[in-house]
Ligand binder design. Sequence first.
Ligand code: SF4
Length: 443
Amino acid sequence: MNRGTYHVQTWGCQMNEEDSEQIALYLERIGLQRAPTLESAQVVILNTCSVRRKPEDKAFSYLGQLALLKRTRPDMVIGVAGCMAQLRADEIRQRASHVNFVIGTAQIALVPGLVEEALQGQRFQKRMALPERRGAVVTDIPKRAVGRSPKLKAFVPIQYGCDKFCSFCVVPTTRGRERSRPTEEVVAEVRTLCGQGTREVTLLGQTVNSYGKNLAEGRVSFAELLGQLNEVDGLERIRFTSPYPRDFRADLISAIRDYPKVMEHLHMPLQSGSDEVLRRMKRLYTTDEFRKIVSETRAAMPGVGLTTDVIVGFPGETEAQFEETMALMHEIEFDGAYMFHYSPRPGTPAATMEQIPHAVKLDRLHRLMAQQNEITLKRNMACVGQVFEVLVEGPSPKDRRLLQGYTREFRMVHFPGPADWVGKLKAVEVTSAHPWGVSAKAC
Ligand code: SF4
């Protein structure tokens, strides 16, 4: 039954991408089909992000465009979800009266009912569903529908929210307190996905390694969860993001080393190489503690892939403190890094601190990126001549004649090969290195 079409527009992190898939699944269950474009869709859901200012501005710009569209097609249904909806619901209602509903981060399961209401005649409704009261603590675990379209790789949220309250971050406000999904539910979802053809899962959580801390009964640690998932038939690879340095335990290193399905890759946010900046960020670890995790991980697995997140231009960051970040990044030599300049988020302590001029933030970001690009290339060059296992994902978007996949250490590889390799694990030998990854040939 085709009851119309939908489009879900997503900004932000992997958690949002996964939430959008859940929204799409709920909409398909009530008979809607994916629209070829946002403009042609009858139902449009904007799944928003608040982690930086830019995606918020983009979401409001989309809402402006949708207002024009809705003038010509008044039966269009528009919903807003995600972190910005949780945080700025009142403002969305004021600025965008054409929106049918606004939902909070734990309310995805409400989407089909709200869309049904809007489609069944309440087309000009002024009433909008409310997310949690502004500032209220989100404690529900979002309801999830399982049974997505077959995918080689899938995200699986195992934990929602965060208790860390870093001074720059809105997540504890938008996603609420830290809650872990019951272990049996996570394992069952991974089994279902593998039954549908998934070969790699990425476990998602804001501080993923603190998984299990608040499970009511039968507490299972993150390393133990990895052990249980390692036994799932049909699953080839397990990844996770992002562990929090202060909650890092030695048993996680053992799990990565000893469970063959857990990939030898650690993406652990550093954020700054200055202890003083880390203190003001309220990151609750020191650079020496971070160094120790890196050295113990590399001692256990010399070839492990290490990647990180860094923010430059945090309020009050001096040139000398920025240089400490440059020096630590140079010392550790991460395989890759996501680097950002600080973006003040209203309602966070850091937004009230004395800000650094935008030009200074940009200059620091460019310097750090230039250094990291050289390091990444150097580390990719060290792979030339070595053999790696790759999960073949499909044709490379850059060159459709080549296949693309990732090594266990999360290095992107392009290589020639037949189409029937897609979905399989293959051994490849690296032939050349690039800033984005490596080129290889089949062994
Ligand atoms: S650990 Fe800090 S940066 Fe990460 S989600 Fe929690 S509060 Fe935000």
